[in-house]
Design a protein around this ligand. Structure first.
Ligand SMILES: [Mg+2]
Length: 366
């Protein structure tokens, strides 16, 4: 293990000096080129995308909520919360958009204070407190009631759960809370190689990263946003459930892994983390350079985009011109998934969150 950790550390040091050299040389890759497949240019695919029409109202409400509960971050709060109207373009009321925004704001606040990229930089006492916080929040999701001595984030979460439970379908709510607890279990801890004690394979990394990303609860929130829940029994009877589940997985992976490329510098250069597809690909590929890792990672994203385009067309075609009772719900859910994929590109291109000195044209803002 010592030798594996030494090898990992040596490879990461080499990766960071390669990075510095690329910046010095002014070498830059186009994310648009990296994420475009032979038959679809990513920017064209996302051109008609529009964030939710209630976005501005909801973001103001979310900021009030966060300030009231003392979970507003002056540095970055506005930048990360702006994702909400992008990821949920189809939420049908301002109230639902606001509830989704509160959920995202609580998760982003956790991520940016005690999440996996910050965790390694916390003191031992702070790490204990963060793990304790995450554990208590998971307990709350199960019991749906706060502890007797709640912290500000627990009071905020309790208020969020009340709002959500009031308007959500009970069976969906159970699944959603379970999925969110699983997200918290993996997200609020140090997932870097030296803390984990092992190097993940690329495949295992992708599975874990998808849980960590929060994309599964985000996809479920699309159903809440439209107040229309997928009739899985009907979808199964139509023989489309496997494809639809695969599409949800692809959506989560595209969101998580495209973000890894956009946020590579924020996480791996500024925060020194290695829980990101680019270093994981590099560490799993002996002799590879950072340039190889960037292109290898982008290919993994493109492969998933290609499969997503193909499968979504197939499922849509299976219901086209039918009067199957699930047809409308499935078509609406496909629009949600397409919206999530488009948002992944459209939001990350505009948010200042990833802008700075960069080896990517679209991120470079120096
Ligand atoms: Mg990231």
């Amino acid at each position: 293990m010592v030798s594996e950790q030494t090898t990992v550390e040596t490879a990461l040091v080499a990766m960071r000096s390669e990075y510095d050299a690329l910046v010095d040389q002014g070498e830059r890759w186009s994310l648009r080129t990296l994420f475009s497949t032979p038959d679809r240019d990513i920017d064209d695919y996302c051109r008609d995308f529009r964030p939710n029409r209630f976005g501005e109202y909801a973001l103001a409400e979310v900021e009030n909520f966060c300030r009231r509960h003392r979970i507003w971050l002056d540095s970055g709060g506005a930048h990360y919360n702006s994702m909400t109207p992008y990821l949920h373009p189809n939420a049908v009321t301002a109230d639902r958009m606001t509830i989704i925004g509160i959920f995202n704001a609580i998760l982003f606040w956790l991520n940016d204070t005690v999440g996996r990229e910050k965790f390694a930089h916390l003191s031992a006492a702070e790490q204990l407190r963060a793990a304790h916080t995450a554990g208590r929040l998971r307990d709350m999701l199960e019991t749906r009631s706060p502890a007797a001595d709640p912290t500000p984030e627990e009071v905020a979460t309790a208020e969020f759960l009340d709002l959500l439970a009031r308007d959500a379908e009970p069976a969906w709510l159970d699944q959603f809370l379970g999925s969110t607890a699983e997200h918290l279990r993996t997200a609020i801890r140090d997932q870097n190689t030296d803390a984990r004690g092992d190097l993940l394979s690329v495949t295992d990394y992708i599975d874990l990263r998808s849980e960590v990303s929060g994309m599964y609860p985000a996809i479920a929130m699309c159903e809440f946003g439209r107040d229309d829940y997928l009739p899985w029994d009907l979808v199964r009877a139509d023989g489309q459930d496997e494809k639809l589940r695969r599409l949800r997985k692809l959506t989560a992976e595209i969101g998580a892994l495209m973000n890894d490329v956009f946020s590579f510098e924020k996480e791996c250069i500024a925060d020194g983390a290695d829980f990101n597809l680019i270093p994981v690909w590099l560490l799993n590929t002996p002799g590879a350079t950072l340039s190889d890792a960037v292109h290898g990672s982008a290919r993994i994203v493109r492969d998933r985009l290609t499969e997503f385009y193909l499968l979504s067309d197939q499922v849509l075609a299976a219901y086209a011109d039918t009067d199957l009772p699930a047809a409308e719900s499935v078509a609406a859910h496909l629009r949600d998934l397409v919206g999530c994929v488009q948002a992944t590109w459209a939001w990350q291109i505009v948010t200042p969150r990833y802008k700075g000195v960069s080896i990517f044209e679209e991120n470079h803002a120096a």
